[in-house]
Design a protein around this ligand. Sequence first.
Ligand code: 13P
Length: 241
Amino acid sequence: MRKIVIAGNWKMHKNQAESLKFVQAFKSKTENTDESREIILCAPFTSLTVMSKNLHGSRVMLGAQNIHWEIEGAYTGEISGEMLTEIGVNYVIVGHSERRQYFGETDETVNLRLKRAQEYRMKPILCVGETKSQRDAGETENIIINQLKQDLVGIDQNNLIIAYEPIWAIGTGDTCESTEANRVIGIIRQQLDNKNVTIQYGGSVKPGNIDEIMSQAEIDGVLVGGASLEAADFARIVNYQ
Ligand code: 13P
């Protein structure tokens, strides 16, 4: 059985007070959410502690947006698995295209981060996806197969979520056609040893397109940026029809 996982990625948005306000408004909107759906908020590091305290006993799980591959050491600006798990973080996004694009993340470092997350028994959300020019050149499948091949070396597929996020669809309002996202996610599944890995779609997911996206057979959830910042919008997404 594949698990449905709906995750919000707040990126570099919301201070502690704003995060707390969101949690207070959002929690009650998820009380009747179908129990088979897992709900995750991936917040900035500075909000995780206050959110952890306030999400206790609710349906909503907590995720981070990065984890370093070393246990500790001289790595200015990075965060360790111990620092995250100590405060109740159970999920972590790894290899988001914004990390790959702006912060020099490579498939090699993605792989190291995934390994460390799993060692700390956190469930990583691995992001893969192609640029517009790669898509236009007909390279989508090759790019994604290659990313998976390198990112997943030595990774336990029983403790993993994958998010297909076509880079051209992120923050642009230019959602990938749901049938096309379904097709690429089917290709991703073919590459996996464990066919029951949850595979999400991400890229301009909104209250207005969530029902259509979730009606696709291969799509097991979504990773939501902009539309996860408003409690009412994200609640509508979580409670899709
Ligand atoms: P948007 O939903 O804002 O397009 O962002 C998607 C994303 O990058 C989630 O990780």
